[in-house]
Design a protein around this ligand. Structure first.
Ligand code: RVP
Length: 497
C-alpha cells in the first residue's frame, strides 16, 4: 500500500544550495534571525543542552558572540538555577541587580561570595538596601588572612566620598564619571539612596568588545535552560523563571507526547509563567510541529535521531532525515509565524545555510561546539593530541547513576528506571579534538554562513529562506564536494579530515 511509505527522506549530504545572482557587499549581509516569537539573535547559533556542552561558561560565551546557550538539566534544580543566575549577572553594561553585602558580614564571607559569583567588588548596603559603602578585593589586601574570620566589612570598606550615579544615568554620563574619578565601579542609587544598579569599567569595555551580544531589555546576556515534563518538572521551570531565564526549552527526544505538550500549554497560559519564551521539541513531522504551535510554543525544535552521538535511529528504527524533518516541521510553523530550530547532525558551516533554506531560523549545535575551551570537562591527552569528552544525553554515562545522579532520564522516557542494568541507552560516549576558544569556532561558523548568503545572493536570513533552492545530489557528487584526489597536508580551521 503506497500510503504506508512516506516520501524519500533527505539530509544534509543529499542536497546542495544553488548559487544565485549577487550584488552584495560583505557589509550588507545580516545574519539576524528569530530564535522565538519574541527573541532575535544576531547570530543564529544555539549551543546544545548537553552536560558536555552547555553550562554557564558556554552560555556566556555564546551570548557574547550573538547566539545563545541552553543550560543542560542533568543537575539539580538549584544548581541549574544558579547557572542561570551566573549568566544573568555577567557583566555587559549596567548590572541592574548587583550582588550586595551587609556591613556586618565578615571578610571570610565576602571572599566566599566573591568566589561564588566570580566578582571582585560589592556595594555594601544596610537592611533597607541603602548604599553605605563599597568594598573590593583591594580593601582585603591590607588585612592578614588570619583575621578575615573576625574582621567585618564595615571596618575596611570605603564609605567616605562615595561617587554614585542616578538610576537612569546614560551611558555617556556614566563614562564621564568613571573617567573623571578614575573609578572601577559606579553604584547607581534612587532618590532614597537605595542601590538600583552597578556599572563597572570592565563591563563597558566588554560591551564594546562584543557588539553582537544577545541581551535582554536591561542589557543582561540572554540564556536558555532545558526542562523536562516528568516529576518535579514544573518546579524546575518556575525556579528557572525566578532565576531570570529568558527561554525554557522542552528537552526531550520525542516531543510529540501528551504530557509535554500540556506542560508547554500550561507554561504559555499560566499568568505566572506566560511571559517567558518556551520552545517545544523535539519533533520531526508536520503533525508534531503543529501540536506545539497549537499549544502556544514560541518556537519548535526539530530533530529525531540526527545527532552525532545519537543511536535512536538504530536502537528504535525511528527518525526522519534532518533536511526533510526541518522542511516538514516548517510547513506547520511558517503559517503560524513560529520559528523553527534545526537541532543536531550539523558537521560543517555550510549546513547552517542548508538548514535555513529547508525552513529553520536557527540551528542547535552539539559536536561542533564540543571540545571548545568553554565546555565542561577536562582535557584528555592521547597520542600527543588533546581531546575533550562529548557524550549523548541518552548514553549510559548520562543516564546511569555511575558517577552522579542522573536528572534527565525522562528525556528518553526512562525516568522510573532505577536499576542501571535496565537502562536502554540511545546515545554513545566519546571524545572530540580540543578546539580552543568558542569565539574562533563561532567566527568560522558565522563566516561560513556569510559566504553562503553571498553565494545565494541573500542579504538577510528571511531572504535566504525565500531565495534558496536545493539540488538533490548523488554520492558521486558528494565525493566531488569534499577535497579529493589530494593528500591534505594542512588543517583548515573549518575543515577536518
Ligand atoms: P550534534 O550537533 O550532531 O552533536 O547533535 C546534538 C543534538 O543531539 C542535541 O542537541 C540533542 O538534540 C541530540 N542528542 C543529545 N543527546 C543525544 C543522545 O544521547 N541520543 N542526542
Amino acid at each position: 500500500i503506497p500510503e504506508k511509505f512516506a516520501t524519500l527522506g533527505l539530509t544534509y549530504d543529499d542536497v546542495l544550495l544553488m548559487p544565485g545572482y549577487s550584488d552584495l557587499a560583505p557589509s550588507d549581509i545580516d545574519t539576524t534571525s528569530r530564535l522565538t516569537r519574541e527573541i532575535n539573535l544576531r547570530v543564529p547559533l544555539i549551543s546544545a543542552a548537553m552536560d558536555t556542552v552547555t553550562e554557564s561558561r558556554m552560555a556566556i560565551a555564546m551570548a557574547r558572540q550573538g547566539g545563545i546557550g541552553v543550560l543542560h538539566r542533568n543537575l539539580s534544580i538549584e544548581d541549574q538555577a544558579y547557572q542561570v543566575d551566573l549568566v544573568k549577572r555577567t557583566q555587559t553594561g549596567i548590572i541592574s541587580n548587583p550582588v550586595t553585602i551587609g556591613p556586618d558580614a565578615t571578610l571570610e564571607q565576602l571572599d566566599k561570595l566573591a568566589g561564588e559569583y566570580r566578582i571582585s567588588g560589592f556595594p555594601v548596603v544596610d537592611v533597607d538596601q541603602k548604599l553605605i559603602g563599597i568594598i573590593t578585593n583591594r580593601d582585603l589586601r591590607f588585612t592578614p588572612v588570619a583575621e578575615w574570620a573576625t574582621t567585618k566589612v564595615n571596618e575596611v570598606m570605603t564609605s567616605r566620598d562615595l561617587i554614585t550615579g542616578p538610576s537612569e544615568i546614560s551611558r555617556e554620563e556614566a563614562t564621564k564619571l568613571l573617567r573623571q574619578h578614575k573609578l572601577e565601579r559606579l553604584p547607581l542609587i534612587d532618590a532614597d539612596g537605595r542601590i538600583t544598579g552597578l556599572i563597572t569599567v570592565k563591563d563597558f569595555v566588554k560591551s564594546e568588545q562584543f557588539p553582537d551580544a544577545s541581551k535582554d531589555a536591561q542589557g543582561r546576556l540572554l540564556v536558555g535552560a532545558a526542562i523536562g515534563y516528568f516529576g518535579d518538572a514544573w518546579e524546575r521551570a518556575t525556579t528557572l523563571i525566578d532565576a531570570g531565564v529568558d527561554v525554557l526549552v522542552a528537552d526531550t527526544a520525542h516531543g510529540n507526547v501528551r504530557m509535554l505538550i500540556d506542560m508547554v500549554h500550561r507554561l504559555k497560559t499560566d499568568p505566572a509563567t506566560k511571559h517567558v519564551q518556551v520552545i517545544g521539541g523535539n519533533v520531526a513531522t508536520k503533525e508534531g510541529a503543529q501540536s506545539f504551535v497549537d499549544a502556544g510554543a514560541d518556537a519548535v525544535k526539530v530533530g529525531v535521531g540526527p545527532g552525532s552521538i545519537c543511536t535512536t535511529r538504530v536502537v528504535t528504527g525511528v527518525g526522519v532525515p534532518q533536511i526533510s524533518a526541518v522542511y516538514e516541521a516548517s510547513l506547520a510553523c511558517k503559517p503560524a509565524d513560529v520559528p523553527v530550530i534545526a537541532d543536531g547532525g550539523l558537521r560543517y558551516s555550510g549546513e547552517i545555510g542548508k538548514a535555513i533554506v529547508a525552513g529553520a531560523d536557527t540551528v542547535m549545535l552539539g559536536s561542533m561546539l564540543a571540545g571548545t575551551e568553554e565546555t565542561p570537562g577536562d582535557l584528555v591527552l592521547m597520542n600527543g593530541k588533546q581531546f575533550k569528552a562529548y557524550r549523548g544525553m541518552g548514553s549510559m554515562g548520562a543516564m546511569s547513576s555511575r558517577g552522579k545522579k542522573s536528572f534527565s532520564k525522562d528525556r528518553y522516557f526512562q525516568a522510573e528506571v532505577t536499576d542501571d542494568d535496565m537502562i536502554v541507552p540511545e546515545g554513545v560516549e566519546g571524545q572530540v579534538a580540543y578546539k580552543g576558544a568558542l569565539a574562533t569556532v563561532a567566527h568560522q561558523l558565522t563566516g561560513g554562513l556569510h559566504q553562503t548568503m553571498f553565494y545565494v545572493g541573500a542579504r538577510t536570513i528571511p531572504e535566504l529562506q525565500e531565495k534558496g533552492r536545493f539540488m538533490r545530489i548523488t554520492s558521486a557528487s558528494l565525493k566531488e564536494s569534499h577535497p579529493h584526489d589530494v593528500q591534505v597536508t594542512a588543517e583548515a580551521p573549518n575543515y577536518h579530515v
